[in-house]
Write a protein that binds this ligand. Structure first.
Ligand code: GTP
Ligand code: MG
Length: 440
């Protein structure tokens, strides 16, 4: 066992609920359980009824479940105490186990132990949080795939493939006099290309991964009074932002999370764009421009009752033009051009706008593919793996010494290994001597 201390924490959110769970993990988890729990005998994988005692004081009636390592979430002995879900009572149960010798766990410590004890790889550990934070069913499904090991398995397969190539190259370097087939050039190159393609394929899921985890950044911008805040409220379905006939109502940016057609969005309402002597409003306009700059999709709202707004309704790339207040201007629909006519007052055109936005996101980006999508950390590691794989192929094509090729291949191997949390040089030696039968 890696750790000699026992950690404990409230595993359910603080606040009132039917049940709260206090969890312990570590070598003393079951012993502490025996110390503070009185009732039916604590038995592994059995939910048993009893009371938690702090000395002679009965703190709460609980159901306790013991898991003996390594068959537990963390791989250590684990005790889960389901107590009544009150703020005070759950805090008292936690306090009691801490008093009995457990230490308060830090954030993510249970999952960190699960990783360090070999219960899951790094991508699975990350998936735990992704699943908890998922905002849409699609994001949850993708996280569940990752938790099941979809990304980890693919990475391990890629590592295996690179390991095979490295082993071949290194055997050739270390034992040039032995009769080792240095792999025919074409076959070796083919294997490097295949490994690189697999890395590239995983990298292609980064965009979808970001959308699923963080949401599409959707900015609402336009001239003061165009109806930007009204549109935010319409999309959200409730009166989030202040709407008024006074231009310059919204000063600060207002960000909300939103689920449109199963896709998570972070939609931001901004201050109306105009030159102004007012310092606060000017700061709002500066922030608005920043939000627009960083957005994936920009909704530019035009007031169809303003004649100058109708002059040139052409959208910049990445922008969707929205012609608002179509109820006030019956000609808006005819003069909309590239813009989508809507009315935040009547709701007219809103559904069509939502369709258009979700189509934009899905464009060339098949969402809901069963393969889990990588996160930013995976992306950074895999970019390095791809670059070093490319370098290895270049060295190989240039007819460089195998030593040079091996250096890049090892770097690619390490970069891929970082995704799942394994960086291992013994692997390579093991493979050389295991599968090449050198050492006669
Ligand atoms: N008739 C009609 N009025 C609308 C519509 N959309 C917004 N309004 C009105 O237009 C005015 C401005 O709306 P807001 O949503 O506050 O506009 P805004 O773009 O956020 O304005 P600033 O925050 O000042 O930049 C309000 O009086 C709204 O009631 C619409 O579709 N039809
Ligand atoms: Mg506003």
């Amino acid at each position: 066992m890696l750790f000699d201390d026992t950690i404990a924490a409230l595993s359910t959110p603080p606040g009132e609920g039917a049940i709260a769970v206090v969890r312990l993990s570590g070598p003393r988890a079951l012993e502490i359980g025996d110390q503070v729990f009185r009732g039916q005998k604590l038995e592994r994988r059995m939910a048993v009824f009893g009371r938690i005692y702090d000395g002679d004081e009965a703190v709460d009636e609980v159901v306790a479940t013991a898991f003996q390592g390594p068959a537990s979430y963390t791989g250590e002995d684990v005790l889960e105490i389901s107590c009544h879900g009150g703020v005070l009572v759950s805090a008292r149960v936690l306090e009691t186990v801490l008093k009995a010798g457990a230490r308060a766990a830090g954030p993510g410590e249970f999952t960190q132990r699960a990783f360090l004890n070999g219960k899951m790889d790094l991508t699975q550990a990350e998936a735990v949080m992704d699943l908890i934070r998922a905002q849409t069913p699609l994001a949850a499904r993708s996280a569940a795939e990752q938790l099941r090991g979809r990304i980890g398995e693919e990475i391990m397969a890629i590592r295996e493939a690179i390991l095979d190539i490295v082993a071949h190259v290194e055997a050739y370097i270390d034992f040039p006099d032995e009769d080792i087939d240095p792999d025919t050039g074409a076959a070796m190159r083919g294997r490097m290309i295949t490994a690189r393609e697999r890395i590239t394929r995983l990298l292609a899921t980064a965009h979808e991964g970001r959308i699923l985890r963080e949401g599409v950044r959707l900015a609402i911008c336009g001239r003061p009074n165009a109806g930007k805040s009204s549109l935010l409220n319409r999309l959200l379905g409730y009166e989030r932002a202040i709407v008024s006939p006074t231009p310059g109502t919204t000063r600060d940016t207002i960000e909300e999370v939103l689920n449109l057609r199963g896709i998570p969005f972070r939609v931001v309402d901004t201050a109306g764009l105009r030159e102004t002597p007012d310092a606060i409003e000017r700061e709002g306009v500066r922030r608005a421009r920043e939000v627009v700059e960083a957005a994936d999709i920009v909704l530019r709202v035009i007031d169809s009752t303003e004649t100058e707004a109708l002059d040139d309704p052409s959208a910049a790339p990445g922008e969707i033009l929205v012609m608002n207040k179509s109820d006030l201007n019956p000609f808006a629909k005819n003069h909309a051009g590239a813009a989508i006519p809507i009315s935040c007052a009547t709701g007219d055109g809103i559904e069509k706008l939502i369709d258009l936005i979700s189509d934009r996101v899905r464009e060339g980006q098949p969402m809901g593919d069963s393969l889990a999508a990588i996160n930013a950390r995976h992306q950074a590691c895999l970019c390095r793996a791809e670059t070093t794989m490319n370098a290895a192929i270049e060295q190989f094509d240039a007819g460089m010494e195998p030593e040079f090729v091996a250096v890049d291949l090892r770097a690619a191997l390490d970069a891929a290994g970082e995704v799942v949390g394994v960086v291992d040089t013994d692997d390579i030696l093991g493979r050389i001597f295991g599968s090449f039968c050198i050492g006669k």
